[in-house]
Ligand binder design. Sequence first.
Ligand SMILES: Cc1cc2nc3c(=O)[nH]c(=O)nc-3n(C[C@H](O)[C@H](O)[C@H](O)COP(=O)(O)O)c2cc1C
Length: 325
Amino acid sequence: MNIPAPNPIPVYLAPMSGLTDLPFRRLARRFGATMVVSEMVASERFVAGNEEEALKGSEDTGGAPYVVQLAGCQADWMAEAAVRAEAHGAAGIDINMGCPAKRVVGGYGGSALMKDLDQAVTLIEAVVSSVNIPVSVKMRLGWDIQSRNAPELARRAQDLGVHLVAVHGRTRNQFYEGKADWHFVHRLVENVEIPVLVNGDIVDLASARQALACSGATGVMIGRAAIGNPWLLGEVAAGLNGRTFVAPTLSEIEDVIVEHLGLSIEIYGERKGVLKFRKHMAAYLSKLPIAQNRISDLCRLDDVPTITAGIAANVNDCKSAMALQ
Ligand SMILES: Cc1cc2nc3c(=O)[nH]c(=O)nc-3n(C[C@H](O)[C@H](O)[C@H](O)COP(=O)(O)O)c2cc1C
């Protein structure tokens, strides 16, 4: 007899501009993230055929499902971009209502939409009615502490057919200051029947459990803590769903770093691939006992074989240091 698997608690990779690109999403997915969300894709530029935006919203060649996050403030562009993302193979569309960056908010996109829920609703309606794949909304608690309207926005989104919301437990005006308020997310959870992902300051299994306990959310979304640590999502997913997780060895970590470099070059070409890889390499290596100046030296190199040899030499030094302990 087949025993149905228990309902898994989802662990999503958060969208992060310039970081959660195709190579990183592919690794996070392989290590066990329930779902990965693209960097935000500017809807207008995507529709206009801009190559960089198309790449951000392109199909993950690993074949695993992925969500494309769209940013923008005009309903027709958002709807058209959603249609194209669906045609490219996206399994879902996420609408960005959480980005605090001035360049996004200045164009009345991202978290600026939380100041104008009627406009937010117009965008949601346009996207939901244009595609056949599920639509989610990522939001903050509100624009500022006096106007924490995420519960209302989530309710209105649900009523329009949105299938999931993700909430970063800060207001727009907090940017990344203070601590994410997982308790406030509970008010939103109480206001809707659709799944809610709690986001903000989740860094490991313990904080994931705490965020779920405080918010009552269905699952978690993890951003910054996954950089240089793409297996973190798999580790948290395993822990939350009662499975064991085997941490990677130093040799496996080295293989992943080198694979990440290879993927980056495959997708962007050698020059851009190396440039894009540097911040990931710095993040991977800074989690190991390696002096900062050695990491900085490696991040200045352009020659791929020299970078690969440098990664191997540093990881070998870590192995030797650990063997002596
Ligand atoms: C470098 C960077 C880029 C980000 N880009 C996006 C984005 O494109 N879309 C979005 O909705 N949120 C974006 N975010 C916000 C994250 O998705 C997430 O909500 C936030 O970092 C809080 O979660 P964390 O504490 O797990 O990192 C970005 C955050 C960072 C640090």
